[in-house]
Write a protein of this length. Structure first.
Length: 167
């Protein structure tokens, strides 16, 4: 079975401004198309006067701003793509929002050591200052990993995402 690995790197929020994103794909040549976006919610007034929340590109992200990261991927080959894995670092100067990672038909893992080891959020451990193992805090999570269950059919797409708060 061919292993498809997509390493998705969202670079730090430079000076708490709009993030840059970098995607590095290592699937079979031309099999997966990947798009990354970082957005914030803004309030806009509709024609009927109601205020609605809509997402738009990050222009400025000051402390307290919630940023939505979404990775959309599509199988552009003629064959099903299997073993798709997406790794996202948590951007510097941000904290993951609890229970915000999503992805349908995907197993979600977390890392607090730069992506060296993975566990579910409730089982993620770190060593405290006293050398004893304890549960990792949200602020200590460094990466999120999605593993797609099964294969992605030709022409089909899916998405995974998470939210952070700017520190």
């Amino acid at each position: 079975m061919r292993k498809t690995l997509i390493n998705l790197l969202f670079l730090s929020l430079a000076a708490i401004a709009a993030p840059q994103s970098y995607a590095q794909a290592r699937p079979a040549a031309g099999s997966i198309e990947l798009k990354n976006i970082a957005e914030v919610e803004v309030e806009v007034q509709a024609a009927d006067g109601k205020v609605e929340k809509k997402r738009g590109p990050v222009q400025k992200a000051i402390p307290g701003t919630v940023v939505f990261y979404t990775s959309t991927f599509r199988n552009i080959s003629a064959k099903p793509a299997g073993n798709i894995v997406i790794n996202n670092p948590i951007p510097a100067n941000t904290t993951l929002v609890a229970a915000s990672a999503y992805g349908e038909n995907m197993d979600i893992g977390y890392s607090a050591d730069g992506g060296k080891s993975w566990a579910s959020a409730d089982k993620l451990k770190v060593k405290g200052a006293d050398g004893k193992e304890r549960a990792a805090a949200l602020s200590e999570i460094t990466h999120i990993r999605w593993t797609v269950r099964g294969k992605l059919a030709p022409g089909k797409h899916d998405e995974a995402g998470f939210r952070v708060v700017v520190n």
